[in-house]
Ligand binder design. Structure first.
Ligand SMILES: *Cc1c(COP(=O)(O)O)cnc(C)c1O
Length: 419
């Protein structure tokens, strides 16, 4: 394993800033994680789940047409979106749920925003036979019904959180509260590479399978990497994709953040690109946050629900500060254009989050030498975004579809009847 924190810190960022009631829980998790991550039986079981349940390894696909069209470096796509449940999040969920089981826990709780991490955790719990409760802001429960429905199908209880802005950060707070009260039986499966130690090390470690596979796939096929590009929300897919390459300075690392509709505060979710973010301590860790002078959360905005969290992995914040990772903002319309581009030219429907990385790669590729490769991490597939992309690309047809769907349900017609 590589690049573990120093007592939970990455330079000045990270840490374990938890209230006394959570101290025992995080300490127990810390010692268990560092124990099991070296345990042969644990790793062997994890490997079987990665292969048979997640569907690893995921392909590294040569984007041939894209490469020809751009005329620069060879463009490759790491197809994490082909993983079970449609994104990289399952890598972390299955790792943590298996660990919790080894620790003797009976119950898993998780926070979710758009519902992607909730779906992954729910699926992992169904597979490993664990009770699962997911906290989701009431606002998100209403607007993310397809994922709520999936979680319930997996047998998970979704609890709407009615405090604060009733979105992701409130769901995190509620999960922490539950964990503090129930840690003897319960593990809190946090969804990104952030939060108090040991979550950053743990989530990055479970996600590092992405980068390890890329390393091996490139070695087998003599692919000479120039640069890696990932989208950055909390930072879990980027951390796992980059981690095996952190120390190889010949490989450039690029993080694409949500540029939203523009550079003004409140119109994007840029913690590293731009100058709006501040150092702060929130939700158990020190990092860069979109907060105001009083430490209150700023509004964030992005077309992709997975990229609009106000904090970022403390390790990525540190690596951004030292210049190891270069961050840039990709706007909503650039991400949408990248979704179209890769669907038409490669037959690959990217998640809107991943499309931020893809859009950045489209700009970068022409300046990369022809004999070298630029690899995009396609963190997820775009099926989940049909409610967002369809109204953009074909508004009238989509409205018509929704109207008739409602009519069909109101009239109690079965799915085979014609309206
Ligand atoms: C959640 C999500 C992200 C953002 O989360 P990270 O922790 O930054 O990886 C990116 N892509 C997809 C498909 C997601 O579901």
């Amino acid at each position: 394993m590589f690049n573990f924190s120093e007592n939970g810190f990455f330079g000045e960022y990270g840490g374990k800033y938890v209230p006394e009631v959570l101290r025992t829980a995080v300490d127990e998790l810390e010692s268990s994680f560092y124990k099991y991550i070296k345990d042969k039986d644990f790793l062997a079981e994890l490997k079987v789940l990665q292969r048979d349940f997640i569907g690893r390894e995921t392909p590294l696909m040569f984007a041939e047409k894209t490469t020809k069209l751009l005329g620069g470096g060879q463009v490759y796509i790491k197809m994490e979106g082909l993983a079970n449940t449609g994104a990289h999040k399952i890598n972390n969920a299955i790792g943590q749920v298996l660990l919790a089981k080894k620790m003797g826990k009976k119950r898993i709780i998780a926070e979710t925003g758009a519902g992607q991490h909730g779906v992954a955790t729910a699926a992992a719990c169904a597979k490993l036979d664990m009770e699962c409760v997911v906290y989701q802001g009431e606002v998100d429960v209403r607007r993310q019904q397809p994922n709520v429905a999936a979680m319930e199908l997996y047998g998970t209880k979704v609890v709407p959180v009615k405090t604060g802005s009733r979105t992701l950060k409130d769901a995190v707070n509620e999960s922490m509260r539950d964990w503090a009260a129930n840690f003897e039986t319960t593990h809190y499966c946090l969804g990104s590479a952030l939060g108090p130690a040991p979550f950053v090390d743990m989530v990055r470690t479970f996600q590092s399978i992405i980068g390890e596979e890329v390393k091996q796939q490139c070695a087998e096929r003599n692919i000479n990497i120039d640069s890696l590009v990932a989208c950055v929300g909390g930072g879990s897919n980027a951390s796992g994709f980059f981690a095996p390459f952190f120390d190889d300075l010949s490989i450039k690392l690029y993080g694409a953040e949500a540029g939203g509709t523009g550079a003004e505060i409140g119109h994007n979710a840029c913690r590293m690109a731009g100058t709006a973010a501040k150092d702060g301590i929130m939700q158990g860790y020190k990092s860069r946050f979109l907060i105001d002078n009083d430490g209150q959360a700023q509004k964030t905005s992005s077309i992709s629900a997975g990229l609009d969290y106000l904090g970022i992995s403390p390790q990525l914040a540190m690596l951004g500060k030292t210049g190891r990772i270069k961050f840039d903002a990709i706007k909503d319309d650039e991400a949408l254009a990248a979704v179209s581009f890769f669907a038409k030219n490669e037959g690959v429907l990217m998640a809107l989050e991943s499309a931020h990385a893809a859009a950045y790669a489209l700009k970068l590729a022409p300046s990369v030498p022809k004999e070298k490769a630029i690899i995009i991490n396609m963190s997820g597939r775009g099926d989940k975004d049909v409610f967002i992309t369809s109204p953009v690309f074909r508004l009238e047809e989509w409205k018509d579809f929704l109207r008739f769907e409602l009519l069909r349900l109101d009239k109690n017609m079965n799915v085979h009847e014609k309206y």
